[in-house]
Ligand binder design. Sequence first.
Ligand code: ADP
Ligand code: MG
Length: 214
Amino acid sequence: MNTPTPQNTSILELRKATMSWPRPGGGRITAVHSLDLAVQAADLGVIRGPSGSGKTTLLLLAGGLLQPHTGSRIGTPRVGFIFQTLELLPYLDVRQNVRLGLTEKGGEDDVEQLLEELGLTERADHRPHQLSTGECQRTATARALASRPALLLADEPTGNLDPENALIVLRALDGLVQRGGAVLVATHGSIEGLNPTRQFTMDSGSLSESGNTP
Ligand code: ADP
Ligand code: MG
């Protein structure tokens, strides 16, 4: 049997991926249903859908943090993840949290550059509980970028942010796309100031793509 390979220029594909969760009290909730997705380099995709529609589950599947129950994930891009719940380590300061994202290719210069880019230099020695929401979100963004990912998955990255902080985060995501990385952003609302190349809607576990913006 042939091992499936990504088509043409895809860096990642989900094919007919289905994922269900146990429902409290019995049965299962299908969070993602028979989902097909092919991501190419320099895609800037936005996935919109109401809370509970399966966006986080989709990003976890795309990142390989969850295995689909049926269907497959094809491709092995280096993945960066901005978690909806951020998941900063409370006993590390900002600089140390960002350092966690480094791979063998990155160094201290990259950390300092990211701190600068995300406006965190002054806060580098602070721990998460000493930061504002926006600073925490920017730290999680810097950490995700520190691995120089080929695919960055951003789960509600501006969900709780004022416009100024949102812009800093979105500019950083856009910067990765300019360098050839792919970004997928999930949001239950709208994202001002982002010009996606691809737009998706998530509805009760099903993904659809609308026409490309020019
Ligand atoms: P969204 O990110 O769009 O809000 P999620 O992917 O978080 O959607 O959730 C989709 C569905 O799966 C929801 O009904 C949610 O309650 C359920 N779900 C998500 N994660 C879990 C889990 N770990 N255990 C049980 N149910 C879950
Ligand atoms: Mg979610």
